[in-house]
Design a protein around this ligand. Sequence first.
Ligand code: B1M
Length: 210
Amino acid sequence: MSENLLETLTTAIKAGKRKDAKTATEVLLEAGTPPGQILAALIAGMDDVGRRFKANEIFVPEVLVSARAMNTSMQMLEPELVKAGLEPEHTVVIGTVEGDLHDIGKNLVGMMLKGANFKVIDLGTNVSADAFVEKVKETGAEVIALSSLLTTTMPAMKEAVTRIREAGLSVKVLVGGAPVTAEFADQIQADGYGDDAASAVEEARKLLSA
Ligand code: B1M
């Protein structure tokens, strides 16, 4: 029964069906299914969403409803994951750089990272270089994810990377946002670049395994 329900859960996440995901998670937990298996089913669903988003088969609204379904299940699952010692292994600090108030893409990246079982600390928008540095020092995050949507705030992204390097932190820096390119990421000495939310997750995984 568990196996079918795990598949049902994956399907519910892919389709963004929050109620179905909630019910499946509830029943699975009541049946004593190991939380790691439930998490794997959720991640499989979000991985598929990421793949289809990247291939332009689905768009932002579909990703958002899937991420919302995932978050509902994650809230139910989190206490069990903690009990089982299966908390996220890696922490990402994310934010939109100073002077920039755009957060839709950044939120999408954050949700996809959560869907891939990263602990995500979201500093919001208009985040100063110092605030990023302080948060990484405080949390020991392994990845810092910077978003910028304005050509006028790209220098703030450069400034944030410079400050992170000056602080001597070993954190990997991932950047992205509509005006940001792989060339710009190289120029400012970021460690990685994500063209979209799914690529950001792939890149974060790559940076951590490097
Ligand atoms: Co503004 N805005 N906006 N805006 N806005 C743009 C970005 C703009 C292109 C519109 C235009 O002129 N055609 C333009 C920028 C031009 C430029 O710099 N080249 C612009 C401007 C000029 C402005 C203001 C200056 C307007 C004004 O006041 N005169 C002003 C600036 C305010 C400020 O930030 N200081 C402003 C304000 C706003 C609103 C507040 C009204 C609103 C933001 C609401 C919000 O975010 N809560 C807004 C919006 C909505 C837009 C557009 C219409 C949509 C942006 C968006 O959310 N896209 C945008 C025009 C457009 O793109 N069509 C525009 C959807 C989102 C899912 O995509 O954010 O690109 P995106 O994220 C993608 C990728 O970029 C990537 O993954 C996401 C998913 O695939 N990605 C990452 C993003 N972050 C990443 C991080 C990563 C990896 C990938 O790793 C860490």
